[in-house]
Design a protein around this ligand. Structure first.
Ligand code: BDR
Ligand code: CA
Length: 337
């Protein structure tokens, strides 16, 4: 409880003292909806993207890293560094890419030019640590892929947690079914051990999971408006999104797509569009329910079950003004360059 109040005060202090954009690092596995999230964050005047760190997930890390570089080139932001991250989870092997969702190249099989740029010399975990330690209290981590890089950074430097402003995670499912398995969401399912570490560290984490992202459906008409926008980023999305859209329309029977990763960007920008609960979380690492995020919803109970003892509260999103969030995503993705 003390930690939660402490972090809340820091955020309020920051907002009232400065109108400078919020500094973020995006940890990502691009990924069609990752591309949308990256472009949305770059389009926001309220965010200052310090760097991208890459991880396996929607595709292998060499592909997601190349995609991160290419996406920044397309956005005209080749000044932003990219640090390559983990190629496998903390335990076991990478479960493999999902071409049926994100295409074989992770970008919906859109034709893209390879970037001429290189990644930083520092691997992702060191890159994260050094940027955060260089500006303690002022850097937020937006994690929209498996949480392996954040776990590596915490394992190497446990003091990282005290220096981060906030961690916003797209991942998990508190009160709803999974999407990668019947009970597990894809990002958490790709590295449950890492997720359990991240949700258990002494920093303020917001979980933007399927409880809300499965409510934010960007319609086919909205996607068509984005595709018709005359900017390089919208042009790329016009070619990358159709494959992703076909997947959702075939498997979920919806018109359009669920905008998982962009919803986490809007949670940073407009947190009052969400219902958040302070619930300690554990991640199941065993057996057939591996990857399930389990909240302790009754933290007034004096007899906290052993598994949740000494776990910090996570801001778990369970409600959302879906129209407002969808409109905010569309506004950022149709903004002129
Ligand atoms: C998450 O998994 C990935 O497929 C998406 O990019 C998103 O981060 C949704 O479960
Ligand atoms: Ca992602």
């Amino acid at each position: 409880m003390f930690a939660q109040g402490f972090f809340a005060e820091i955020r309020i202090y920051d907002k009232s003292m400065t109108s400078a954009p919020r500094k973020i690092i995006i940890d990502t596995d691009p990924g069609v909806d990752d591309a949308m999230a990256i472009f949305a964050a770059l389009a926001s005047q309220e965010l200052d993207v310090l760097g991208l760190t890459t991880v396996f997930g929607n595709a292998a890390t060499d592909i997601t890293t190349q995609n991160a570089l290419t996406l920044l080139d397309i956005a005209g932001r080749s000044d932003i560094p990219v640090a390559a991250g983990a190629a496998a989870p903390l335990v076991g092997d990478y479960l493999g890419p999902v071409p049926q969702v994100h295409g074989h190249n992770g970008l919906g099989d859109a034709q893209v030019a390879a970037s001429a740029r290189s990644v930083t010399e520092q691997p992702a975990a060191d890159f994260i640590y050094n940027l955060v330690a260089g500006d303690p209290g002022n850097v937020t981590l937006l994690a929209v892929g498996p949480l392996t890089n954040l776990a590596h950074a915490l394992q190497r430097c446990p003091d990282l947690a005290a220096m981060v402003d906030e961690v916003v995670v797209m991942g998990g499912n508190a009160l709803v079914p999974g999407n990668a398995t019947p009970v597990g969401e894809a990002n958490i399912n790709n590295d449950p051990e890492a997720a359990d570490l991240v949700f258990g560290a002494s920093w303020q984490v917001t979980m933007v999971g399927l409880d809300v992202t499965h409510q934010v459906n960007l319609s086919g008409a909205a996607l068509d408006r984005i595709a018709a926008t005359n900017t390089p980023t919208a042009h790329l999305l016009g070619h990358a999104v159709p494959h992703y859209r076909s997947f959702f329309e075939a498997t979920n029977g919806i018109d359009g797509i669920f905008v998982h990763d962009p919803t986490a960007v809007i949670a940073l920008l407009e947190p009052d569009a969400f219902v958040m609960n302070d619930w300690p979380l554990r991640v199941e690492t065993q057996s057939f329910s591996r990857g399930k995020t389990w909240p302790n919803m009754d933290n007034t109970d004096e007899a906290v079950p052993a598994a949740w003892q000494n776990r910090p509260p996570v801001k778990v999103c369970t409600g959302v003004d879906a129209e407002r969030v969808g409109a905010a995503v569309e506004a950022l993705l149709t903004a002129s360059a």
